[in-house]
Design a protein around this ligand. Structure first.
Ligand code: ZN
Ligand code: FE
Length: 264
């Protein structure tokens, strides 16, 4: 007998493994196979794999910070996964270095790579149209963006633009639970944004019962995230007020509200 059953095998489940105080290690699952994004803590991932009878096939790394890379070596020696990450040879344990527009297949699901410098210079993000999902590390957070430790405001602006242009339904998997504090700041920048006020209430309720606020979506972030809204009049006006300058361009608005948030 010939089996004519064609099953579209793809990643069917994405879960969060909490780590440290506010990190999420996203685990992507297809059958008994798994991939993890930014495993800062090997033991948290090990426990999840064992409890759920999963085999770790791939590790995806977004940037070099220790809370995203600390578990690579341990996990690699136990599970022998393929390890993907940014180019540059500076992260121990990477098997395949990726650059802009690279396409990789993870658990029968295609991902496209974006270079997204700003938070760090090596930062990359993983986008899959197959499953409408973006793994953006510390570049985009719900309601905010990463601190500019290495890159310039212009680099961050261009990186965020790549995300805001993605299909609206794209789910956004960020690495930290920073949403509520980001929204508290966002309301200072845009106090008259009704979508933002509503989302703040929703996230407050979730966090009161210790539930995670993620994933977000591109459509939501485009409506509430001031770092994606640097052309919006109220964001611009309040940035100009903070900087005590006139006629700020969108990149300067981003630089100003990033500086404002750093001192908030
Ligand atoms: Zn980081
Ligand atoms: Fe981080």
């Amino acid at each position: 007998m010939i089996d004519v059953n064609i099953t579209l095998k793809m990643i069917s489940n994405i879960e969060a493994i909490p780590a440290f105080s506010d990190n999420y290690i996203w685990i992507l699952i297809n059958g008994n196979s798994a991939a993890v994004v930014d495993p800062g803590d090997a033991s948290a991932v090990d426990n999840f794999l064992n409890e759920n009878n999963l085999n770790l096939e791939s590790i995806l790394i977004t940037h070099h910070h220790f809370d995203h890379t600390g578990g690579i070596i341990d996990l690699a020696s136990k599970w022998n996964p393929k390890v993907f990450g940014p180019k540059g040879g500076h992260i121990n344990g990477i098997d395949l270095e990726l650059s802009e527009n690279a396409k990789i297949e993870i658990l029968d699901t295609e991902f496209c790579i974006f270079e997204t410098p700003g938070h760090t210079l090596d930062h990359i993000a993983y986008y899959s149209e197959d499953i409408d999902s973006l793994f953006c590390g510390d570049t985009l957070f719900s309601g905010g963006c990463g601190r500019l430790f290495e890159g310039t405001p212009l680099q961050m602006f261009n990186s965020l633009k790549k995300f805001s242009d993605l299909p609206e339904e794209t789910r956004v998997y960020c690495t930290h639970e920073y949403t509520l504090s980001n929204l508290t700041f966002a309301l200072e920048v845009e106090p008259n944004n009704d979508d933002l006020k509503k989302y703040f209430e929703e996230v407050s309720t979730l966090r009161d019962s210790n539930k995670m606020s993620l994933p977000s979506s591109i459509s939501l972030e485009n409506k509430i995230n001031p770092f994606l809204r640097t052309s919006i009049e109220e964001v611009k006006a309040n940035a100009e007020n903070y900087a005590n300058k006139k006629d700020l361009q969108p990149v300067e608005v981003l630089a100003t509200i990033r500086d404002w948030k750093d001192n908030f």
